[in-house]
Design a binder for this molecule. Structure first.
Ligand code: SF4
Length: 343
């Protein structure tokens, strides 16, 4: 039986027409699925009993399942989610001052193998389908509601496992559902997609106007960048910077540049000055992230002193730099630490 969550809207419409049903029924079903995340057709109370029965005989509704929840001392929740083929992904719910941010995955594993990233070490299994991406949001919303958590889910970041722009078609479909006012209704400024700079699809994302852009830069010298992020040799730094200069932004919008500080690797004054130089002409703000080591990682996090010195160079050159405090380190849920496992 086909999982209705994988069916395209046009195909469902065609099925409805063969059943002698009217067009608007598709929209009703779609709202139950993508707005409310229902788990069976009998919950669709504005649809006739007969039609619900026919839907039930023809399709299944098979959402990914919550497999395990780990809770950090700081209130971060890490969800281990099991997919239909038993693959596992991780999603992280991060408490902010008055809301939650959800960090979602776009692939099972990641093919890019950045040397500082835990996900990168697990290799690549497969792309997520659009419904598996959206399901992470629906699952988190239900979890918040069912557990009476005090904050609302307000921001979504595509910064979990995987490189979203290598899975652009499915990511795009998921963004449309997240954005849509009749479904999950997250505005563009509440959604951020983070990429290492896959130039083939970067501009498609920009032109889609479906979310804000964050770029994982992590090095200001091209040779160092390809050393710590080998896959970036395909999309040279110079070309990436040019693409960012030409990236379509709305009047007050800025690109977020992410820079993980690795002790003795990319955190010197020289690195900071080069960062200032290469970001000239790009409307951006910089998120500095202290490296979060994971078991067996080759890097260390810099001292507070080194981090502040790096940040100061940026501020002294009129760049907006924010030292982002990573959350969920104790449950390996912080930036770059995700690696789905049941242990
Ligand atoms: S940092 Fe991002 S792109 Fe690099 S390996 Fe990790 S998940 Fe993949």
């Amino acid at each position: 039986m086909r999982n209705i969550l994988e069916v395209e809207k046009e195909d469902l419409l065609a099925w409805f027409l063969t059943q002698g049903e009217q067009k608007f029924r598709v929209e009703q079903v779609w709202q139950w699925l993508w707005g409310k995340g229902v788990e069976n057709f009998y919950e669709m109370t504005n649809i006739s009993k007969l039609l619900r029965e026919r839907l039930n005989e023809t399709f299944s509704i098979s959402w990914p399942k919550l497999n395990k929840v780990s809770v950090s001392r700081d209130g971060t929740h890490k969800f281990l989610i099991k997919l239909e083929d038993n693959e596992l992904i991780e999603t992280v719910l991060i408490p902010e001052k008055d809301h939650y941010t959800l960090c979602i995955s776009s692939q099972v594993g990641c093919p890019l193998g950045c040397t500082f990233c835990h996900t990168g070490q697990m290799g690549f299994k497969r792309n997520l389908k659009a419904y598996e991406i959206v399901a992470q949001v629906i699952l988190a919303k239900k979890f918040i509601q069912e557990h009476g958590l005090a904050r609302l889910l307000r921001n979504i970041v595509y910064m979990g496992m995987g490189e979203p722009l290598l899975n652009w078609q499915e990511v795009k479909k998921s963004l449309v559902i997240l954005n849509h006012e009749k479904y999950l209704n997250f505005s563009k400024r509440r959604i951020t997609l983070s990429t290492i700079g896959v130039l083939d699809t970067l501009r498609l994302f920009g032109d889609s106007k479906l979310g804000r852009l964050a770029v994982s830069l992590h090095a200001s010298f091209s040779t160092l960048r390809t050393k710590i992020m080998p896959a970036t040799s395909k999309w040279p730094l110079e070309e990436l910077l040019l693409a960012l200069e030409q990236y379509p932004l709305e009047p007050r919008e800025r690109i977020t540049i992410e820079y993980i500080l690795l002790n003795g690797v990319n955190d010197s004054k020289e690195d900071a000055l080069e960062l200032v130089r290469i970001l000239k002409g790009i409307r951006c703000k910089i998120n500095l992230i202290k490296y979060n080591p994971w078991p067996g990682s080759a890097y260390k996090s810099p001292s507070e002193e080194r981090i502040l010195a790096f940040e100061k160079v940026l501020w002294d050159h009129n760049l907006t730099a924010i030292l982002r405090k990573s959350k969920g380190e104790d449950i390996l849920a912080a930036c770059g630490q995700l690696r789905a496992s049941v242990n």
